[in-house]
Design a binder for this molecule. Structure first.
Ligand code: DLL
Length: 397
């Protein structure tokens, strides 16, 4: 859809959502943000805006702190969910008739059922494996020969490594497309996954509060920025401190407004995810704005000796060194009054020189001292199916 037409559609839908006619999309900026705390206050279903009998499914976000956020869907919301995930699959190159190995967790987490319905909607045969039990995943992939896999990027690495340990070469694996998201990942991880699973991996983004996966995803043509399904989810990027919109291309917090959801519509939802927007045309022909790969949530941010650090930023910097692998974790400890950060990272080429080089690179790029400890391959925790926590915060223990 040409952008002027798309924006007219967004304006009509936004007007319907807020219950009055709007002159321009900019008027949205006069409305307050909705934050995670606002949702928690209404726990579990205080913000439901349709009669309870119209709910057809409930999901919930992980809720690492306090109560989870419960997200209700009507029939039409589930239809929308399937549609946007089907779009993501199609943008990645999936076609009717293909088989989807769905290793996202089934249950309250939106990844499993979201990809399940989206796959069926596009006309794929879905294998509902869910996460975990890696051995069984390998058998099913070898036997059923799926074309597409959907899982977290950290679990894709686990699977790639398990195949390689069993002497199965990437060319022997039937997969050609991987739909990876639910946690931050980097280009270096993408190279590793592409090469070792024999796929073209694309980034998929979403969050339970808004719908689940399917808010945005990359096209297989460019794999450079995630096209936001902005006829349904209107994105803004704002300054984390002031809440004012940032200039196009600048990084800030992603704020989303649902334009077509029924049971749980949200106006200006503060996702906490850090990204930037790019409205320049894409070679794939989609006119949908692209967001840069989310670097993680503002609350995942670590403050090390007064400097703001994102785990994914540390990963991106260290993986510029070809000797290092994407298996790492960041340990935060307190010695006296100072917080100390150490990155433990696997490599088969350990040595004092490599360690010094990695520490220098971190100091030059981030501007604070982060120690690097080189570890032997296979010694750090792996994803066992779901999201992998990259930070081991030992200050609280
Ligand atoms: O993770 C939904 C999802 C499932 C997305 C499968 C993609 C694939 P939640 O559990 O509510 O929902 O977590 C949402 O995860 O606010 C981000 O911080 C993070 N996240 C999701 N996708 C990405 C991504 C699902 N591609 C939270 N890159 C979001 C970076 C991501 N972070």
């Amino acid at each position: 859809m040409p952008r002027p037409e798309l924006e007219a559609l967004q304006l009509r839908r936004l007007g319907r959502l807020v219950g009055r006619e709007l002159g321009s999309l900019d008027e949205l900026q006069s409305l307050p943000f909705t934050r995670k705390e606002d949702l928690r206050d209404g726990y579990p279903l205080g913000r439901l805006v349709v009669p309870r009998e119209q709910i057809r499914r409930l999901h919930a976000s992980s809720g690492t702190t306090g109560k989870p956020t419960v997200v209700p869907y009507t029939r039409s919301d589930l239809d929308l969910f399937a549609t946007v995930v089907a779009r993501c699959l199609a943008a990645a190159g999936a076609q009717p008739g293909m088989t989807l190995h769905n290793a996202y967790g089934y249950g309250l987490f939106t990844g499993g059922l979201g990809f399940h319905d989206g796959g069926e909607r596009l006309g794929l045969a879905v294998v509902p494996v869910s996460g975990g039990m890696t051995e069984r995943q390998l058998t099913l992939i070898s036997d059923l020969r799926p074309d597409v896999i959907a899982c977290t990027p950290s679990y894709a690495l686990t699977l790639a490594q398990a195949f390689s340990e069993r002497g199965i070469a990437p060319e022997e694996i039937s997969l050609t497309i991987a739909m990876l998201g639910a946690e931050p990942w980097t280009e270096a991880m993408r190279r590793e996954i592409d090469a070792n699973l024999g796929v073209r991996a694309v980034n998929v983004y979403g969050l339970s509060e808004i719908i689940g996966p399917g808010v945005s995803s990359e096209c297989s043509e460019e794999r450079s920025g995630l096209h936001v399904n902005e006829d349904h989810f209107l994105p803004e990027v704002v300054d984390a401190e002031s809440g004012e919109p940032v200039a196009e291309g600048d990084r800030g917090v992603l704020v989303l407004t649902t334009l077509t959801k029924e049971a749980f519509p949200l106006v200006r939802y503060w996702t906490g995810d850090i990204t930037s927007l790019d409205r320049s045309p894409c070679s794939c022909g989609r006119t949908l704005v692209r967001m840069s790969p989310p670097a993680g949530r503002a609350d995942d941010m670590l403050i090390v000796r007064g400097v703001n650090v994102y785990p994914s930023q540390v990963e991106a910097i260290l993986l510029e060194l070809p000797e290092l692998t994407p298996y790492y974790r960041i340990v935060i400890a307190r010695t006296g009054t100072l917080d100390e950060a150490t990155v433990e990272i696997e490599t088969s080429e350990a040595g004092a020189e490599l360690q010094a080089r990695a520490e220098r690179l971190l100091l030059q790029t981030i501007g604070c001292t982060i120690a690097v400890e080189l570890r032997a391959p296979g010694t750090l925790p792996r994803s066992e199916g779901g999201k992998l926590s990259r930070v081991d915060d030992r200050r609280r223990t």
